[in-house]
Design a protein around this ligand. Structure first.
Ligand SMILES: Cc1ncc(C[n+]2csc(CCOP(=O)(O)OP(=O)(O)O)c2C)c(N)n1
Ligand code: SF4
Ligand SMILES: [Mg+2]
Length: 330
């Protein structure tokens, strides 16, 4: 009789608790992409980290005094200086001979706009910090004002649609190209719709000895006007249409891109969100803006070479690389 016992490793892994750096019980809206993204980043980064977090939704919903949802050392910075605070923390840890990795967290406002000079300085000085931008494409915490990241034609409270204009007039800033121009060792984009890809990129960035940058597409049901249960579908469509390319850059060179086998029309993405509802009116200006947005997606597909026969972006690989709880973190 055989003494072998069949152990289903996959089942065993699933039963192990994952490291939770951001606990449940915080006050994010239902379906908040930022909350999910932050949880995934921490799950992959593990407990040996310290965070500097700019003001914004993530900071506000996670730390309603006297409670905190964070299970790692966490510092609240100002709106504009998360990268500067993180740089100081990194210098202090280095001086003390400690190994914790410093992460800087900010929204798109705290990255693309008001926090940009601090981000640029931190990258340029070569601090060993992973900066994560949770991009929900507007200043959500203060009531959905447009930012440098708000997409063209999207409605916010400061870029309304009406007789004068069709939502935001300007283009979304190409932040990843700007970051890559600092020739940092590693910069990448990711979305909550592809969690394994996101986790792998976090591990990669954590292992970099120097500055790294992760730009995470983080749907906001409240500000984008989509159903809470559609956050993942919305984020996936941003990728499948070409509007949010998933790429990796090392020292300014493109080294990886998630291929799209069958690009979907941008209308598939836009129609799920109230912020683009005016683009479906019977109005020649609306048709023109739709063509414009399609052209932006087509441009991304061409410039990053996204059409291809590479692996299907179904995000099933890399699950084993996830750092889990239990003995490993004891
Ligand atoms: C110097 C300064 N200006 C304005 C504010 C008000 N304020 C706090 S959070 C915020 C918007 C944050 O937007 P973003 O960084 O995109 O984060 P989100 O809330 O969207 O996650 C603003 C305008 C502030 N705290 N400090
Ligand atoms: S407003 Fe948006 S980003 Fe802020 S907690 Fe709600 S869903 Fe999340
Ligand atoms: Mg924002």
């Amino acid at each position: 009789m055989s003494t072998e016992t069949h152990v289903d490793i996959e089942q065993l892994r699933r039963r192990q608790p994952r490291f939770q750096g951001l606990e449940s019980g915080h006050r994010a809206c239902l379906g908040c992409g930022e909350a999910l993204a932050a949880r995934l980043v921490l799950e992959s980064a593990g407990p040996n980290v310290m965070i500097a977090n700019a003001t914004g939704c993530l900071e506000v919903f996670s730390t309603a005094w006297p409670e905190s949802a964070w299970r790692v050392p966490w510092v609240h910075s100002l709106f504009e200086n998360a990268a500067a605070v993180a740089a100081g923390m990194e210098a202090a840890l280095k001086h003390q001979g400690q190994s914790a990795k410093v992460l800087a967290f900010a929204g798109d406002g705290g990255t693309f706009d008001i926090g940009f000079q601090a981000v640029s300085g931190m990258l340029e000085r070569g601090h060993n910090v992973l900066f994560v931008c949770f991009d929900n494409e507007a200043y959500m915490n203060t009531g959905i004002q447009r930012s440098g990241s708000t997409p063209h034609a999207a409605v916010t409270t400061t870029s309304p649609a009406g007789r004068e204009r069709m939502g935001k007039r300007h283009l979304k800033k190409d932040i990843v190209s700007i970051i890559a121009a600092h020739h940092v060792p590693y910069a990448a984009t990711a979305t909550v719709a592809y969690p394994s890809d996101l986790r792998k990129k976090v591990r990669r960035a954590i292992d970099v000895d120097g500055p790294s940058f992760l730009h995470v597409h983080s749907p906001c049901p409240l500000g984008w006007g989509h159903d809470s249960e559609k956050s993942i579908a919305v984020s996936r469509l941003a990728v499948e249409t070409g509007l949010f390319p998933i790429i990796e850059l090392e020292r300014g060179e493109l080294t990886g891109a998630m291929p799209i086998r069958h690009p979907k029309p941008v209308t598939e993405y836009l129609k799920l969100q109230n912020r683009f509802r005016h683009l479906f009116a019977d109005d020649p200006r609306a048709r023109e803006e739709l063509e414009h947005l399609q052209a932006l997606a087509d441009y991304n597909i061409e410039v990053y070479g996204l059409l291809g026969d590479g692996p299907d972006p179904l995000d099933t690989s890399g699950i084993d690389k996830v750092y889990r709880g239990g003995a490993k973190w004891a």
